[in-house]
Every structure is written in structure tokens, then in C-alpha cells.
Ligand binder design. Structure first.
Ligand SMILES: *[C@@H]1O[C@H](CO)[C@@H](O)[C@H](O)[C@H]1NC(C)=O
Ligand SMILES: *[C@@H]1O[C@H](CO)[C@@H](O)[C@H](O)[C@H]1NC(C)=O
Ligand SMILES: *[C@@H]1O[C@H](CO)[C@@H](O)[C@H](O)[C@H]1NC(C)=O
Ligand SMILES: *[C@@H]1O[C@H](CO)[C@@H](O)[C@H](O)[C@H]1NC(C)=O
Ligand SMILES: *[C@@H]1O[C@H](CO)[C@@H](O)[C@H](O)[C@H]1NC(C)=O
Ligand SMILES: [Ca+2]
Ligand SMILES: [Ca+2]
Length: 647
């Protein structure tokens, strides 16, 4: 043990811990402590004495937060340890000084964790926390010096482990631990002594068998005819606890009706909760309607009804009593309830004569129900246990057990008009739509152009929960309120202007992408292609280059063509060799012809017949000669006549 007082490397500490854990035999005694459950030791039992030096336990929890160990002290003093945000969390008030600290990481739910806390006494960074073999330094939120000692008189009081009897008994300063962790504890040891989890002074909702965390049982009631009838023990008893979580936007709907002739019922009416009780089974019942009318706000609500005899109390998730009724005046805690069925969310027959006429709201709850818990007992208090909606119902109608289906809860009526959607039991107008009329609901597209958000003469086009401004040339932005840099500082010579995002218009607020032949920030300068690198190219294969504004002219070397003389002239492109092969050279071409495949005749420019043996026939030759002689005669004759005239 002394090893823990001196600084030793973490890895060594881990090894030592493992050895010690292995050497000391553990009295393993699994306890599963369900929601509403706890183990409790009375004032003076002092089961935590020694824990200030060393506290060890192995546990698993299911809820996302909750209190695991709670020690009540004198006055405002207390000590509480639990889980929050996947870490251990300690909250205490010692000699009136508040302490808050987190310890460890990855203390994940639904997994077993071994925890050893040493030097809890200081409740500061010197407190050593080892979780699953890894040592952590606590993250201390408060900055006070305290001395935690469970044997001191200021910490003499009740000890609760695994939960709490009543939330209003907890003196916690924050909300971080105010919940049932739903926990499994293998063993717990304070100092050298195992806390005997088998022998608390009192307990509730504790079983000896650890179960894995069950996903919460959820059901969606989809229609105005939805209901469930649950399998529960309805033997007449003097106590009933029914708790349920619900989510709806519908103002009216049955939550539960546990009854026969006598009944305990809870329903929503105008967003308020109405609790009704009649333990006699005849005559008028007793009723209480909550002042709060926002239970249909679409958020998850947690409620619990506890009936003791002829008195029923409705408590909200924070532990506040929000309704209480006593049937028949003075309380009789022995009064049993002659109920034979538990209806949840509605009735199989809303007009049934079996139902007391006092039950005014009979329409089905529409929305999601989660974590129904029930217990019924007379002599020995029992914690309510979860009832699975799907596996533990006698009958059901129009329900979906797969999940909380927000949009499936309006299936009994059409919710398909423009701009409508079903959400938690009500058909409502979606964002961007307003209510034109109720019953039946009609939604209209709200005119987002009124008042006109578009400025500087822009045209506004209405959209759904949005609008579009079509700006005039000078402006940009959602509302056309920003001057375009490209308008006030245009780019020159046909350049493309790229608007940048600047608060005030400036030349720096735009980039100019110059047209070929121009340069400069606003593209106002000619680029001299004959001397510099330009976006328009340079002369290649040229004899000369001549610059001009926005342009240039190249004089090409023989055999080249194109703006920059980069193209070699293709002398063969018009196919001058016909049936032959055209051989292209820089300065010309020649033909390799079919009649001279070896190229014996040099430099042929076309492929005709090479040796014409007798290209002109004898007859034709004769005719040509006749014509020629006639022509000569005529020319000669005329010449003679002309001479005569002149003379
Ligand atoms: C808890 O873990 C078990 C397996 O160890 C798994 O079957 C169960 O679904 C888990 N529960 C939740 C709520 O994640
Ligand atoms: C546009 O105008 C609307 C309504 O006047 C205003 O709420 C919004 O902030 C403006 N948006 C911009 C980007 O200026
Ligand atoms: C919004 O207006 C711009 C012009 O300002 C136009 O290009 C765009 O297509 C419009 N968008 C819609 C959805 O009307
Ligand atoms: C604007 O031009 C500058 C310099 O030419 C360049 O570095 C920057 O990336 C350009 N910005 C945009 C948005 O085109
Ligand atoms: C074509 O010209 C080249 C080069 O002047 C020459 O080598 C080649 O023999 C010539 N071919 C023909 C068929 O004239
Ligand atoms: Ca609109
Ligand atoms: Ca130029």
C-alpha cells in the first residue's frame, strides 16, 4: 500500500495493482440495481469508513449518468460519486466547501470497469484513480482544500449505493449525477473491508443477477385508434407505480389507464397532464390537472405515478411533484385497486361502457412512448421494472415497435398537402410555410420578399424559407447590398474580371484575367510578344517579329506558316500526286508514282503516263497540218492586203 504514496512510474503502478488485485480474494457478489432502486445503510452504519484511503469497486452502468455512491452528512455536507459524460465524477461538500472533479476516461456504459481510488481524502490532484489498470490524474474543477474522512461526524448519515430512494433527498450541487445509473456492482471495498452488499439496512429494485443493458423499449403510436394492452400483474394491491417517457406535440391523448371498475389514469388534455383516481370503482373520481400545459412540446417527458392506497402522486423527471389526488377525502393507504388491465396510449374501444364516464379524453396518444415501468405490491415495496412494449403486450393496434418514428404519427389523417409534415402526432406546416387555415390544415408559402430584402433596385424572387435577389450590374451579395469590385474597377481590353470577397470596393478586390496580348493588373498594357513572355505566344521559325497593340505579326521562314510560324507547311495536303505517294519536304514535295516505284525519274510533281508512245494519231496529225497551212495562208494574205492599203 505504501507504494501508492510515493511517485512510481505509471506502468509499474499498473503492474502492482494487478498483482494486489490478484492476491486479495474478492467477495464477488453481483448486484443489479435497476432504475428506482438502491441499497441503503442507515445513519451510523459507516460502511464507507476507510474509503478515504482506498476505495475499490467493479461495476457496469447503463444510463448515461447517475449516482453510484451517496453519503449523506450533517448539515450541507455530503459525498457523491457516479458517472457523467463517460467519466467518473465526484461531487462533495466537506465543511461547507464544495468539490467537483472528474476522473478517468472511457468509462463506457454497458462495460465492466475495475476502479481503485486512493487518497480520496484530499479530493484533489493527489487523489489517485486507476480504471481498468490505467492511472489517471483527476481533473479538479473546484479549488479548495478539504479533508474527506468518512469517520468524521460531519459525514455521519445514510449511505446509498447504486441509486437513491428519492431525488429530493440528494443534496447535490449540480445536475451531473441526478439520475439512476442502472448499475451492476460486483463488489465494493472501503479500505480493507468489503461492503456487504447482501446486508444493507434497506434496498429496492435490487437483484442478484447482472443483466446487460437493454436498449430502451420504444413504441410509436401512429393513429387515432392506436393502443396497447400490457401484460401486468393486476391482482388487487394497495400500491401501484407506473412510469413512462413520452414525446408528442398533440395536446390530447391517453397515456395510461390501469383499471377495471376502479382505475388510475393519466392523460394529456390541452398539453396539461390529468391524473385521475377512483379506488372504489363507482361514483365520481378524483382529478388533478397540472398547471403546466407544455407537456406536448415535442420533447421527451418523463413522468411517474405512484399510488399508495387512495392517494396518487405524479412526479416529473426532475423529481418534482406536479399532481396529487386523494380519492374519498382522507388517505387510506391500505386501499387496493380493483384493476384488471393496463391500457397504454389508448383504448381498444373508446366508446366502451366499461370506462368511467369521468374519463373525458379517450383519443389515442400519438407520438412515441419509451420505458414503461410498472410495479404493484402491497406489503413489501417493489421498484417498478421495465415492461417491453413489443414482447409484453396482450393486444395492440396501429403501433410500430421499431423506433420513435416522428413522421409516422399522423397516419390516420392526410398530412400530404403542400408545405405539410407530420411531427409527433400533429400535422404542421414546415419551415417557410404559414398556417392558412386549421382543420383541415392548409399551409401557404410565406412571401419572403415582403418586406423586400433585396436592395439597390434588385428583383426579389420568393422561395421556400428563402428568397433570391437578382442584382443590377453594380451589386452583388445575398441582398445585393455590396458593390461589385468588377463594376467600379473594371478590367480592360476584354479581360475576364474575377470578383473577390472584400468588404469595401477596391481594385484589389478583383482579379483580372487578361485577354491574349494584354498584361498588367487591370490588363491595360500591351504585351510585347517580340521581347517578352506573353499569354498570346511568340514568333517561332520566323525571319522577323513586329509588335502591335494587343497583337503581333511574324514573318515566317520558308516552309512555315501560322500566326507564330509554328506550323510546317504541308505541301502534300491537296494530294498533288494522285494515285502516287506524296513525299513532303520543308520546301516542297515529290511523288513516288506507281509506274516508277524506285524513283528513277527524279522530282516528279505528279503521276501521269511517263512515256506517251504516240500521243497524236496519224489522222489527227493530218487534220492539224491542214488547219495549220490554212491558217498560215490566211495570215499571209491579210498581211499582203494590209500592206496594200497603207501604200
Ligand atoms: C450491452 O452489451 C451487450 C453485449 O455485451 C449487448 O448485447 C447489448 O445490446 C448492449 N446494450 C446496449 C444498450 O447497448
Ligand atoms: C439580407 O437582408 C436580411 C433581411 O433584411 C437580413 O436579415 C440579412 O442579414 C441580410 N443578409 C446579408 C448577407 O446582408
Ligand atoms: C437566383 O438568382 C440568380 C441571379 O441573381 C440566378 O442566377 C439563379 O438561378 C436564381 N436561383 C434561383 C433558385 O432562383
Ligand atoms: C488573384 O490574383 C493573384 C495574383 O495574380 C493570385 O495570387 C490569386 O490567387 C488570385 N486570386 C483568385 C481568387 O483568383
Ligand atoms: C524526292 O526528293 C528526295 C530529296 O530531294 C530524293 O532523295 C528522292 O530520291 C526523291 N524521290 C523521287 C521519287 O523523286
Ligand atoms: Ca417563401
Ligand atoms: Ca503586342
Amino acid at each position: 500500500m505504501l507504494l501508492y504514496g510515493v511517485a512510481v512510474p505509471t506502468s509499474f503502478r499498473v503492474v502492482v495493482t494487478v498483482l494486489l488485485v490478484a492476491l486479495v480474494p474478492q467477495a464477488k457478489c453481483e448486484k443489479f440495481i435497476d432504475k428506482n432502486g438502491y441499497l441503503k445503510w442507515n445513519l451510523g452504519s459507516n460502511v464507507l469508513v476507510g474509503a478515504e484511503t482506498r476505495l475499490e469497486f467493479t461495476f457496469r452502468y447503463c444510463n448515461n449518468k447517475g449516482v453510484l455512491i451517496y453519503q449523506q452528512g450533517e448539515g450541507r455536507n455530503f459525498f457523491a460519486l457516479g458517472v457523467n459524460d463517460q467519466r467518473l465524477y465526484i461531487e462533495a461538500s466537506i465543511d461547507g466547501l464544495a468539490v467537483e472533479m472528474y476522473a478517468g476516461e472511457n468509462v463506457l456504459r454497458n462495460q465492466t470497469h475495475d476502479v481503485t481510488i486512493t487518497n480520496l481524502r484530499t479530493l484533489n490532484a493527489n487523489t489517485g484513480v486507476i480504471i481498468d489498470g490505467i492511472a489517471y490524474t483527476p481533473e479538479v474543477i473546484t479549488d479548495v482544500v478539504v479533508d474527506l474522512d468518512f469517520s468524521r461526524s460531519i459525514l455521519v448519515g445514510e449511505t446509498q449505493i447504486g441509486g437513491y430512494e428519492s431525488i429530493d433527498q440528494l443534496r447535490l450541487n449540480t445536475q451531473r449525477l441526478k439520475a439512476y445509473p442502472i448499475v451492476c456492482i460486483d463488489f465494493m471495498r472501503a479500505g480493507q473491508t468489503d461492503i456487504d452488499l447482501n446486508n444493507p439496512d434497506s434496498s429496492l429494485g435490487v437483484t442478484d443477477r447482472c443483466v446487460v443493458c437493454l436498449p430502451p423499449s420504444v413504441v410509436t403510436l401512429t393513429k387515432t385508434t392506436s393502443f396497447l394492452e400490457m401484460k401486468v400483474d393486476s391482482t388487487p394491491r394497495s400500491n401501484t407505480i407506473i412510469s413512462i417517457n413520452f414525446r408528442t406535440k398533440a395536446p390530447d391523448g391517453v397515456l395510461f389507464y390501469f383499471g377495471g371498475p376502479a382505475y388510475l389514469a393519466l392523460y394529456l388534455e390541452g398539453g396539461a397532464l390529468v391524473l385521475r383516481l377512483n379506488t372504489r370503482g363507482s361514483g365520481a373520481d378524483t382529478k388533478y390537472k397540472t398547471t403546466r400545459t407544455t407537456f406536448n412540446d415535442g420533447e421527451m417527458q418523463e413522468v411517474s405515478v405512484t399510488r399508495t392506497g387512495n392517494m396518487a402522486t405524479l412526479v416529473d423527471g426532475a423529481g418534482n411533484i406536479i399532481a396529487r389526488v386523494t380519492f374519498g377525502g382522507s388517505q387510506n393507504s391500505a386501499q387496493a385497486l380493483n384493476a384488471d388491465r393496463l391500457y397504454v396510449g389508448g383504448f381498444p374501444d373508446a366508446n366502451s361502457a366499461d370506462l368511467s364516464s369521468d374519463i373525458e379524453v379517450r383519443q389515442s396518444f400519438r407520438g412515441c412512448l419509451e420505458e414503461l415501468r410498472f410495479s404493484s405490491y402491497s406489503a413489501v415495496e417493489e421498484a417498478p421494472t421495465q415492461i417491453n412494449f413489443e414482447n409484453q403486450n396482450e393486444a395492440s393496434r396501429d403501433v410500430d415497435f421499431s423506433a420513435c418514428l416522428e413522421s409516422a404519427s399522423c397516419q390516420s389523417y392526410s398530412c400530404t398537402g403542400e408545405g405539410q409534415q407530420c411531427s409527433m402526432g400533429v400535422c404542421e406546416c414546415i419551415r417557410g410555410y404559414g398556417v392558412l387555415s386549421q382543420d383541415p390544415l392548409e399551409c401557404y408559402n410565406i412571401d419572403d420578399c415582403s418586406p423586400n430584402p433585396c436592395q439597390n433596385g434588385a428583383v426579389c424572387t420568393d422561395k421556400i424559407a428563402d428568397y433570391n435577389c437578382t442584382c443590377t450590374d453594380r451589386y452583388k451579395g445575398k441582398n445585393c447590398s455590396v458593390i461589385r469590385n468588377c463594376y467600379d474597377f473594371p478590367c480592360l481590353n476584354g479581360a475576364e474580371c474575377i470578383e473577390l470577397d472584400t468588404p469595401t470596393p477596391s481594385a484589389a478586390g478583383r482579379n483580372c484575367s487578361c485577354a491574349p496580348g494584354y498584361k498588367g493588373v487591370d490588363c491595360g498594357q500591351d504585351c510585347d510578344e517580340c521581347t517578352e513572355q506573353c499569354n498570346s505566344g511568340i514568333c517561332v521559325n520566323s525571319i522577323s517579329c513586329e509588335n502591335s497593340i494587343g497583337d503581333f505579326v511574324c514573318e515566317c521562314k520558308e516552309g512555315y506558316e501560322g500566326k507564330d510560324c509554328s506550323n510546317e507547311i504541308d505541301h502534300c495536303k491537296d494530294n498533288p500526286c494522285g494515285t502516287g505517294i506524296c513525299n513532303n519536304f520543308l520546301t516542297g514535295y515529290n511523288c513516288t508514282c506507281p509506274d516508277d516505284p524506285t524513283g528513277a525519274v527524279p522530282n516528279r510533281q505528279s503521276c501521269g503516263s511517263l512515256q506517251a508512245p504516240n500521243p497524236i494519231s496519224p489522222a489527227a496529225l493530218a487534220a492539224i497540218l491542214v488547219c495549220l497551212s490554212f491558217f498560215i495562208q490566211v495570215v499571209t494574205g491579210q498581211h499582203t492586203a494590209g500592206t496594200r492599203q497603207r501604200s
